[in-house]
Ligand binder design. Structure first.
Ligand code: GDP
Ligand code: MG
Ligand code: K
Length: 279
């Protein structure tokens, strides 16, 4: 059997280390990512010697502004883990899903480990897991890494998407893009334009499109776009900024947060306010 590679990705304080320790026990080794002083931990999942899980640095975004962010996205783009395990703090869901949205764009097999469920439910909150699975297009597994609940089911789902190479179901995150779908049109326009460049370099079209619109120099360099192509993309992007009345980065972020807002509204029952708990 081939070795299945997993990447553990999440925000700081989402419980990544706690989960990694649960998954690997003593089967860990510690190192460094090449060229940067970012810690790297690898281990095999207990009971599955033909697996390697890599604990990536805690990050909020897949932008290129820190070594941690670059290490994480290069790992997903170039090392191509068989599946991503995205750990999300269920008590801080809107903030954590910002990274999830970008991971989904990377179009790799993925599961969401919804952590800290003990804390959320302990405070009277709840999450509609079926609905969230539907809206994100990947399996969502409620867990408590600290209490060791849900972890077996998480392993089961992660092995399943990795073995079957199950990609996220295509969702249109631009649904909330009012003003006549300007961001939607821009993403599709740019996507169409760079599709061949991206595919020939085995890069995910949707992720690359949003990064180019955001002006990401590393991705632009990797795609080897010529001056004419860059000018066309700039033209499409300026058009979108005018229609949306936001700058490019704000418009892309706004689109992600609008979708997150909908996921949260439809799937999450927040813990009671303390006043209500007393009553
Ligand atoms: P990391 O920064 O993502 O590596 O997060 P850690 O694993 O260090 O966890 C951050 C804090 O959250 C620690 O105090 C953990 O004990 C706590 N924690 C982790 N998982 C859970 C959980 O499932 N439930 C609760 N209530 N706390 C947790
Ligand atoms: Mg940690
Ligand atoms: K906490």
């Amino acid at each position: 059997d081939r070795v299945l590679k997993f990447a553990l990705v999440g925000n700081q304080n989402s419980g990544k280390t706690t989960l990694f320790n649960r998954l690997t026990g003593a089967n860990q080794h510690v190192g460094n990512f090449p060229g940067v002083t970012v810690d790297r931990k690898d281990g095999s999942i207990i009971g599955y010697p033909n697996t390697v899980i890599t604990d990536l640095p805690g990050i909020y975004s897949m932008s290129p502004y820190s070594s941690e962010e670059l290490v994480s996205r290069n790992f997903v783009l170039h090392d191509k883990p068989d599946a991503i395990i995205n750990i999300v703090d269920a008590t801080n869901i809107e903030r954590n899903l910002y990274l999830t949205m970008q991971l989904l764009e990377m179009d790799r097999p993925m599961v969401v480990a919804l952590n800290m469920m003990d804390e959320l439910t302990g405070n009277g909150g709840s999450i509609n897991i079926k609905k969230m699975t539907e809206m994100l297009g990947v399996p969502v597994v409620p867990i408590s890494a600290a209490k060791n609940s849900g972890v077996n089911e998480l392993v089961h789902q992660a092995l399943s998407v990795a073995k079957n190479r199950t990609l996220p179901k295509k969702q249109d995150f631009c649904l909330e893009d009012e003003n006549g779908g300007a961001v939607h049109r821009c993403l599709h326009g740019v996507g169409h334009f760079i599709e061949d460049h991206a595919k020939s370099r085995d890069l995910p079209v949707r992720f690359v499109s949003s990064k180019i619109i955001e002006g990401d120099k590393q991705i632009i360099r990797q795609l080897k776009l010529d001056q004419n192509e860059l000018e066309t993309i700039e033209h499409i992007t300026i058009q979108m900024e005018k229609e949306r009345n936001l700058d490019r980065s704000a418009a892309i972020a706004d689109m992600r947060f609008a979708y997150i807002g909908r996921v949260s509204k439809e799937c999450v029952k927040k813990p009671h306010e303390s006043k209500e708990r007393i009553r």
